[in-house]
Design a protein around this ligand. Sequence first.
Ligand code: AMP
Ligand code: ZN
Ligand code: FE
Ligand code: FE
Length: 282
Amino acid sequence: MSYLDLHLHTTHSDGSCTPSEVMHLAHAAGVTTVAITDHDITTGIPEATLTGQQLGIDVIPGIEISSSFRDSEFHLLGYFLDCRDAKLNDRLTILRKSRHSRNPQIIEHLRALGIEITYDEVRALAGTDSVGRPHIARMLMEKRVVASAREAFDRFLADGRPAYVPRHLPSPAEAILWIKEARGLAVLAHPTWIKATGDALIGLVRQLKVDGLDGIEAHYSSHTRRQTRDYLALARQFGLLATGGSDFHGLTKPDIKVGIGRGTLHIPASLAPKLKDAAARL
Ligand code: AMP
Ligand code: ZN
Ligand code: FE
Ligand code: FE
């Protein structure tokens, strides 16, 4: 069997493995098509593509953009988008700048709690322009303030915790438009993050479809069999593509492996041609 993994993070955002390391992990897991979907940045894609050519793995250029609506974050994955598109790059630069104005505020909260930490050292650890809370979590692990990224989020960084700072995010419609204007397919990531169920969820998906949504990430590391089945049905109901990915991050989510998630994720390779056909029609 061959598998897909269309949701992977690298050291170019908040993952802890280089693009080349991620590709070797994909190869070992029997994955034949991947998408690199770093947050707000596409610079990891050339290295992944090169290693993919050596290993016989197809690399789909991707991105993950966070957006918010009401009380939920909606993460949009973009696939097959033109990474050289000037408008897209201007928009991604603005998103990364908003990270650099938010992160020092998080650091100030941590310092007020008596933790010795600076944004300079977090930026050095991150080694990329797309710096996120998981990098701060890893710095707190290195300083032995916490034992895991999960503990860092639970004690300090998650919404409602003492070092949390909100960030201005685009609306889902804006994030979808940005992906479409860069000639990409827009897919709703980890739909379980949406705090709506039943008719409210259906109403939201109907609106996202009107906004231009192309697909739903029906296969995901944390989904139960039932959730996968329900999201596949939702995709069918609205004529959306079904996709899937592990959301591999390396050290910040150590229980999630490339290709297999927590061991139960198997994304059928038959999804790839449907995605490619849809991209060819863009
Ligand atoms: P940021 O983009 O800086 O707001 O960071 C958000 C990222 O942090 C998400 O995309 C997740 O990868 C990660 N994250 C959010 N909540 C948690 C958590 N409770 N444990 C570990 N990682 C998390
Ligand atoms: Zn992430
Ligand atoms: Fe996400
Ligand atoms: Fe992700």
